[in-house]
Design a protein around this ligand. Structure first.
Ligand code: NAD
Ligand code: DAU
Length: 339
């Protein structure tokens, strides 16, 4: 089985590459990644010499490069993680979100049609459903919740989802979509809440909490997300959307306080800052469908996962220090520039 994994040098994609090489030692995994600021090739260093792994630096919007790779590899499955993923950046500069997240998806699906891919899987997000009120804990996102986006990021992801479903209906492309809640775990880029707070707290820097800090996210350990995608690409029904989440809702401020407690740092570091524009109040996934149809359940409890994650950042300063300093962006040139 040949699987093209796009965005495999990012947070969830790299965890997925590791998961797949371990869970399916007979599969060939080809990672296609542009290595934007969010892609870090040193993350994939442990598998670079694995004969079942290949890394290709390319843009999913580049039709020629994508076509060449599909012609060479004849993939059975394509899993598209590649995206601009940070909401705050989308508020500053929406355009690149539309290019990568929507146009890039269409380029990958055109190649998937041309080369007869047996499954195109789109990694989407719970943010396509908009947000839920804080005072209605009985409300959850199901797969039939209407699309109702808030940010340029979520709008671009929703646009891609609609296009994926259109390729299924119009061309019969065998697609699936997963819409997952907030992930956390190793290799999470330190612009996102949890790694940002861990690293800033370690440096005794102020911790910028947006608004009143009461916004709620539904956190899932990244490995559980990877296992859900593995199940969907093998057993999921073509044309279907699967919500992925672990019923683990937490207010941002509680996460920040928990991190400070684990690190033995003072809550005086917390600084309330101007709220994110259009800030979604609460996300909460109903994962009944993937549980009933595919038997998926999250395995890592938040209490354990967050301790594991904090320990990972403490033990892996060599991974995040070059990111904080910006040096990691020279890594590809230094290691592979002349290869
Ligand atoms: P990330 O920002 O950590 O990684 C994105 C990766 O995509 C990087 O390696 C980057 O180099 C690559 N990339 C960006 N533009 C590209 C392009 N034009 N061509 C090729 N590669 C490109 O993102 P992440 O947090 O790992 O998220 C991965 C996917 O999962 C995204 O599609 C995101 O929308 C979705 N998602 C993320 C979360 C989360 O909590 N992080 C939750 C649900 C869904
Ligand atoms: O729900 C899934 C989504 O989760 C994914 O689709 C996105 O790709 C991913 O980035 C994530 O989006 P969020 O906006 O929820 O994640 P972020 O880590 O940016 O922020 C989490 C919450 O913390 C959010 O309510 C904003 C808040 N926040 C964030 C940062 C970076 C702060 O209070 N301070 C901060 O400095």
């Amino acid at each position: 089985m040949n699987i093209i994994v796009t965005g495999g040098a990012g947070f969830i994609g790299s965890n997925f590459v590791f998961h797949m090489l371990k869970a399916h030692p007979d599969y060939r995994i080809i990672c296609l990644d542009k290595l934007t600021y969010a892609g870090n090739l040193s993350t994939l260093e442990p598998v670079m010499d694995n004969p079942n792994f290949r890394f290709v630096k390319a843009d999913i919007c580049d039709k020629e490069a994508v076509d060449k790779l599909f012609a060479e590899e004849k993939p059975d499955i394509v899993v598209n993680f590649a995206a601009e993923s940070h909401v705050d950046r989308s508020i500053e500069n929406p355009q690149v979100f539309l290019e990568t997240n929507i146009l890039g998806t269409s380029v990958l699906m055109d190649a998937s049609r041309k080369y007869g891919v047996k499954r195109y899987h789109q990694v989407s997000t719970d943010e396509v459903y908009g947000d839920l009120p804080l005072d209605r804990p009985d409300m959850f996102f199901t797969e039939s919740t209407p699309i109702h986006t808030s940010s340029p990021y979520s709008s671009s992801k929703a646009g891609a989802d609609l296009l994926v479903l259109a390729y299924y209906r119009t061309y019969g492309l065998p697609v699936t979509i997963s819409r997952c809640s907030n992930n956390y775990g190793p290799y999470h880029f330190p612009e996102k809440l949890i790694p940002l707070m861990i690293i800033r707290a370690l440096h005794d820097e102020s911790l910028p909490v947006y608004g009143d800090g009461l916004n709620v996210r539904d956190w899932l350990y990244v490995e559980d997300h990877c296992k859900a995608i593995d199940l969907i690409i093998h057993e999921g029904k073509i044309g279907e959307v699967y919500n992925v989440g672990g019923h683990n809702e937490m207010a941002n401020i509680d996460i920040v306080k928990l991190i400070l407690k684990e690190l033995g740092k003072s809550e005086d570091l917390i600084t309330y800052v101007t709220d994110r524009k259009g800030h979604d109040r609460r996300y909460a996934i109903d994962p009944t469908k993937i549980h009933n149809e595919l038997g998926w359940l999250p395995e890592t409890k938040f209490a354990d996962g967050i301790v594991k994650t904090i320990k990972w950042y403490l033990d892996n300063e060599a991974w995040w220090q070059p990111i904080v300093s910006g040096e990691y962006q020279n890594y590809y040139e230094k290691m592979y520039g002349d290869k």
